[in-house]
Design a protein around this ligand. Structure first.
Ligand SMILES: [Zn+2]
Length: 429
């Protein structure tokens, strides 16, 4: 072979060796990955939408894009298992009271939401077509025991609570349905809860209960001590009506008994379901949430709830450790909805990652009655990564300074890791 023919081969060989293995490398952050029991400085490498390596020092040369995340926390993408995202023109939470997921999620570090029973089996196809398929957020749902879903007055109609039709629809849509929901029921009988549990049995899925109207004829204690099965979830745990404290402000023992039975307690903050006068003493006495969630909808989003990181920050300022807050917003909720491929940073897992800044300062947090808790720590989402693509970058930490780019720079998008510079912008040279 002549030297002229050899040269391109040599060059090809050299460039193949220098070819980066990873699309994106988050360097120098403090990783909190509760499933894998990691809370330590680690680099996180991502390739082809999956977590590729987590190690103390991954060479920068191995990645196409390196982001300095020192002084930040790198966590699994946050799961919010109580939201209402069936936005559109339908009644109540099957439309007007719901919000579109992408408007709220990535900016607060959330990569997966579980809609808590907005659709029922009759409108699930519409929910899939208009919401699940059009969102960049991973959207799952618990299916309402009411066939028409969370659509207002119909939620009281027991003739539309069909366990068989609900379970069948749940099983046909197992890719997005992770449980059964009952909510807002006002009659003094157990029909809504019993039918939801029956559907849960038929579909082998957990049930989430919003107990609706509290009445003496069906005491809350019976819900968590008798009706719910291990693995079922009660949401709105710090709602004012939940019997929580005795006259000496001690947490009532039945709540610990219910937990011992395996009933899970979810926050579901919402516009009306979280009061500090329950949460603060309960947390001090160890009655803490299994999962932290928002109950995001049009009336909670601009009130005391605000967003997932604001709710998580409340728990930090009530005395929970950051590691514990992350556990209850990632791996715990993933397990509760039996999506164990989510909520952690194991090699091979979908690369859903949140990069959070723990800010210090004077902050205030408000409950649903308008009472304030002062605090000095608050989480903010610097970077959110969904399936390996950056979908939120608050301060442009993945970006180069404009005056260091060529004078006539054009779109900086790189589809290997960038999900924010749109295809349209990228194509417009
Ligand atoms: Zn709700």
């Amino acid at each position: 072979m002549t030297p002229m023919k050899l040269l391109p081969l040599l060059l090809f060989g050299a460039s193949a060796m220098a070819q980066p293995t990873y699309d994106l490398l988050l360097k120098g952050g403090h990783v909190i990955d509760p499933k894998n029991k990691i809370s330590a400085p680690r680099d996180v490498a991502i390739a082809k939408g999956k977590i590729a390596e987590v190690a103390p020092d991954i060479p920068a040369t191995r990645a196409r894009k390196v982001v300095d995340v020192s002084s930040l926390h790198v966590t699994p993408g946050i799961l919010d298992i109580h939201v209402h995202v069936f936005a559109g023109e339908g009644p109540a939470y099957t439309g007007q009271n719901s919000v579109f997921p992408d408007d709220h999620t990535f900016r607060s570090g959330v990569t997966t939401v579980v809609d808590a029973g907005s659709p029922g089996w009759r409108n699930l196809a519409d929910f899939r077509r208009r919401i699940v398929e059009r969102s960049r957020t991973r959207v799952l749902a618990t299916l309402n025991i009411v066939g028409h879903g969370m659509a207002g007055a119909i939620e009281q109609d027991t003739t539309d609570m069909d366990p068989k039709a609900t379970a069948e629809a749940a099983l046909r849509n197992k890719d997005i349905i992770v449980g059964i929901k009952t909510a807002h029921y006002a009659a003094p009988d157990w029909i809504a809860v019993d039918r939801a549990v029956e559907a849960g049995e038929l579909a082998s899925m957990p049930v989430m209960v919003d107990f609706g109207t509290f009445t003496e004829k069906r005491p809350f204690q019976d819900l968590v001590l008798k009706k719910l099965r291990p693995g079922d979830m009660y949401t709105h745990m710090y709602l004012a009506w939940v019997p929580m404290l005795d006259e000496n402000k001690k947490v009532l023992p039945y709540l610990f008994e219910a937990r011992k039975r395996g009933v899970l307690f979810d926050v579901g903050h919402g516009g009306g379901s979280f009061v500090f006068r329950h949460a603060v003493p309960a947390i001090r006495q160890g009655f803490i949430p299994d999962s932290i969630s928002t109950d995001l909808h049009i009336t909670s989003m601009n009130a005391g709830m605000k967003d997932m990181l604001n709710v998580m920050s409340k728990f930090l300022n009530m005395g929970m450790s950051l590691d514990d807050v992350i556990l209850r917003s990632t791996w715990n909720p993933a397990r509760q909805v039996r999506r164990e491929e989510l909520g952690h940073l194991s090699v091979g897992a979908p690369a859903d990652v949140s990069v959070l800044r723990l800010q210090s300062g004077d902050f205030g947090f408000v409950d649903v009655y308008g009472a304030r808790l002062r605090g000095n720590r608050k989480l903010a989402a610097e970077l959110t990564i969904r399936n390996g693509l950056v979908v939120w970058d608050l301060n442009g930490i993945t970006r180069q300074d404009w005056d260091k780019l060529p004078a006539n720079y054009s779109s900086q998008g790189d589809s290997a890791w960038d999900g924010t510079i749109s295809g349209a912008v990228r194509a417009r040279k």
